[in-house]
Design a protein around this ligand. Structure first.
Ligand SMILES: [Zn+2]
Length: 523
């Protein structure tokens, strides 16, 4: 009897220490993982640390955001990721920050240590390493072996903290703030599945999505997948026809990997802008905030990578290798609905099909087709007329403007390189201890301001050069000459298509019985 009692005791004790943080999943939910290598370590170490921390998050059901630092500097200001992370820690975005060792956050001078400590204390954010948890607000001892007791004390603090956290923080914490979730997800609830403020998979739609994935992996292009669905009467959630673009977007969306990505853009990207709206700014991938492990994934990373590769490859295939290209492929637009006409071959002659477009209500666009030789004759006439008009109006003035802009670009670019080197020198000097902090900040700011201004000037100049140089009359003349020389001799359809594209933007077509209209838009 005593023996059994003892073993139950033993088991109980063991369980307490094994459970540890896992037992208290519901307290820490949102964490940042911070990875940087020390000077002695290589890139493999970085990856190893990353795996350790991701594993820690997955085991404990933490939603996490990764911050990977490439540089090794001890100084906080020279590590861009920690600067960003500290700002968010101060705002109270995370419950904890996970690192492999405490000193990965920083072992700079006392001032920096203090800055780190204050950020974590002020926002009541914990530091988690694989074997310890640090609470910098505890004066007696900031490490805890007895995790269970520790968490109980933390619970109240965390709840009040969570109430303070605003909406901006939502996305950083893996909450869904992007409007309507992408197919096949729905917001928060589907039958007995519930993901508070997050998204869950709609099971019936999931079957369609999986079908999409399987087709894509077989190498079927998104446009074809969309057409197959439409033909079978499988429509979108809003009962619209699937479009190739929509299918492609869903296939390559990283949301379906269980991630929530925010901070991709800033401002308003809509064509109809709200008054006072900021212009749309797209951030580089390094600025994105990716929160992992947020919801049920709908595809695996392997499937995702394969699809991205397949779709990417398809884009790279040149005109020559494209299947079934005709001289006017992609160039002739329907005057009634704006869609591109398609073609077919009958008895060795190419025909343009009637407009294929059926609007979502099922009404067919009635623009008629015709044999292609008929259109080609009309288009060639237009091109010759255009060439004659040009020779009459040609001027050389444009070239002078462009030359002077190009000279300014070269000078401006040289300035920018000089300023960037100067900033590097200033940073190095600080790392070597040549400047005090305030002196360094002053000098750094000076060069950063200059770089900012020069970059802007350079950008404006390049934009100006581009619009001036876009196509000068001389270029147009050269292209027209080359075009007319070659078009009659070239028999390969893809090559002819390329040639037409050098001078033509689009051809607008309308035919209703004998009433035929052709408008050629030149580049
Ligand atoms: Zn049409």
């Amino acid at each position: 009897m005593f023996f059994i009692y003892l073993s139950v005791m033993l088991y109980f004790c063991l369980e307490v220490s094994i459970l540890g943080i896992e037992d208290k999943k519901f307290i820490i939910r949102y964490v940042a993982i911070y990875i940087r290598k020390s000077r002695a370590e290589g890139m493999e170490d970085l990856e190893k640390h990353r795996m350790v921390l991701i594993d820690l998050c997955k085991r404990n059901n933490f939603k996490y955001v990764e911050y990977m630092e490439v540089g090794t500097s001890d100084s906080i200001d020279l590590r861009p990721k920690i600067c960003k992370l500290l700002k968010e820690v101060e705002e109270g975005v995370y419950d904890a920050v996970c690192v492999v060792e405490y000193d990965r956050l920083g072992r700079g001078d006392l001032g920096e240590q203090d800055r780190l400590k204050k950020a974590f204390q002020k926002s009541n954010t914990l530091i988690i390493t694989p074997d310890k948890i640090y609470d910098l607000n505890d004066d007696i001892d900031d490490t805890y072996a007895d995790l269970k007791g520790f968490f109980a004390r933390q619970e109240y603090k965390m709840i009040t903290k969570r109430l303070r956290q605003g909406k901006k923080i939502g996305a950083r914490r893996g909450q869904w703030t992007n409007g309507i979730p992408p197919f096949p997800y729905v917001y928060q609830r589907y039958k007995d599945k519930y993901n508070p403020k997050g998204i869950v998979i709609h099971d019936e739609r999931y079957i369609i999505y999986r079908n999409m994935i399987e087709e894509a992996i077989k190498g079927i292009p998104p446009q074809k997948i969309a057409e197959n669905f439409n033909r079978k009467g499988i429509l979108t959630v809003k009962s619209n026809y699937w479009r190739g673009e929509t299918v492609q977007r869903l296939l390559t969306d990283e949301t379906h990997l269980g991630k929530i990505i925010s901070n991709k853009t800033q401002g308003d990207g809509h064509k109809q802008k709200r008054p006072n709206a900021k212009a749309l700014k797209v951030f580089p991938k390094s600025e994105w905030v990716v929160v992992e492990n947020c919801h049920e994934p709908a595809k695996t990373q392997e499937e995702h990578d394969r699809i991205v590769e397949l779709i990417g490859n398809r884009k790279l295939i040149g005109t020559k290798a494209r299947h079934q290209t005709y001289a006017f492929s992609g160039l002739i637009k329907c005057a009634k609905c704006g869609h591109s006409h398609t073609y077919y071959v009958k008895r060795n002659e190419v025909f343009m099909k009637p407009c294929w477009y059926i609007n979502p209500v099922g009404e067919k666009c009635r623009n008629e087709g015709i044999r292609i030789s008929f259109i080609e004759k009309m288009v060639l006439e237009e091109i010759k007329k255009y060439k004659v008009d040009f020779i009459a109006n040609e001027t050389e003035a444009e070239n002078d403007t462009l030359n002077s802009i190009n000279e300014m670009i070269i000078e401006c670019d040289a300035n920018l390189q000089r300023q960037k080197r100067a900033l590097e020198v200033v940073n190095d000097a600080y790392e070597y201890g040549d400047y005090c902090r305030s002196e360094w900040l002053r000098r750094k700011k000076k060069w950063e301001d200059e770089i900012y201004h020069t970059s802007n000037t350079l950008y404006e100049l390049k934009k100006k050069a581009k619009s001036t140089a876009k196509i000068t009359n001389a270029d147009r003349q050269k292209m027209l000459d080359a075009f007319l020389e070659n078009i009659t001799e070239t028999t390969d359809n893809a090559a002819r298509n390329d040639l037409y594209r050098t001078i033509i933007e689009s051809i607008v077509w309308q035919k209703n019985g004998d009433d035929i209209k052709v408008i050629v838009n030149f580049k």
